[in-house]
Design a protein around this ligand. Structure first.
Ligand SMILES: Nc1ncnc2c1ncn2[C@@H]1O[C@H](COP(=O)(O)OP(=O)(O)OP(=O)(O)O)[C@@H](O)[C@H]1O
Length: 248
């Protein structure tokens, strides 16, 4: 079990001045796992995720991503991961095809590889007829699916998703999650933050952050059992009620 660990953190901490945004968090994620990273607004999820992606240095503690130390190997980490967030994803004023080409180009893939894989991807997403349309003209749910597919185009070991399905209905979210399951089945580890509790139920394991700390971490079934809760919503509310930060 231990040697399939792909994300490992130990007492990982980030301070901004006197404020402890991420407070000594320790957890492991396994290869191919779908790991939900939950917490109320301001709990510290984005700050933690930025450290794991090599975008921000911790104040203290340790972490390895795909075996790379987050203090020393940030470039290697960036090559091993994919990233998608609501705020940073596709260029609205480029076409579907141009977006794919642009991101694939960053990873130095050959033209032939990009061309073949793009054709396959457009077919899988049923976007063949939209290939030359501006991304800005697509419905949000389609954009999200495309953004996810682009984030894993270079076949990273881990993909980090920061609230990837914001603003769409449960059916569209479910379709998005089918893509997540496919990626996980191929061995890609999925690390996902969400505010939607239906999505929490879809994860293999879920951690819940409160005021910078991880207060609970287990499978959705075990969490519901431990908190005597009928749903993940109830588990989340029981923990979020304890929060003293008010960041909404
Ligand atoms: N650069 C910064 N300087 C000072 N404080 C910061 C900085 N970045 C984040 N914070 C604070 O750290 C805390 C954690 O923020 P973070 O964005 O990580 O939370 P979050 O769990 O991702 O919240 P949300 O769900 O709203 O995105 C918040 O109180 C935020 O105001």
């Amino acid at each position: 079990m231990a040697n399939d660990i792909i994300i490992q953190t130990e007492q990982l901490t980030k301070r901004f001045g006197d404020f402890i945004a991420v407070d000594h968090i320790s957890f492991d994620v396994h290869k191919g796992e779908i790991f939900g990273f939950l917490g109320a607004n301001g709990a510290g999820k984005t700050t933690a995720m930025r450290m794991l992606c090599g975008l921000s240095l911790p104040t203290s503690g340790k972490a390895t991503i795909a075996g790379f130390d987050i203090y020393k190997k940030t470039e290697a980490i960036k090559r091993s991961i994919g990233y998608m967030s609501q705020k940073f994803s596709l260029y609205e004023d480029l076409t579907v095809k141009e977006n794919i080409r642009f991101y694939a180009g960053i990873y130095g893939m050959s033209n032939k590889y990009i061309k073949d894989k793009t054709a396959l991807l457009l077919q899988q997403l049923h976007l063949e007829d939209e290939a030359d349309k501006l991304v800005g003209s697509l419905p949000l749910g389609w954009k999200q699916k495309l953004a996810f597919s682009v984030a894993i185009f270079h076949e990273p070991q881990i993909v980090f998703l920061d609230e990837p399905t914001g603003g769409v209905d449960p059916v569209t979210r479910r379709e998005f999650w089918n893509l997540i399951y496919e990626a996980s089945a191929k061995g890609i580890t999925v690390f996902v933050t969400t505010h939607y509790m239906d999505e929490a139920e879809y994860c293999n394991r879920v951690s819940i952050m409160v005021d910078g700390r991880i207060d609970a971490l287990d499978t959705p079934v075990a969490l519901k059992e431990n908190f005597s809760a009928a749903s993940m919503d109830e588990v989340f509310l029981q923990l979020a009620r304890k929060a003293t930060r008010n960041d909404s």
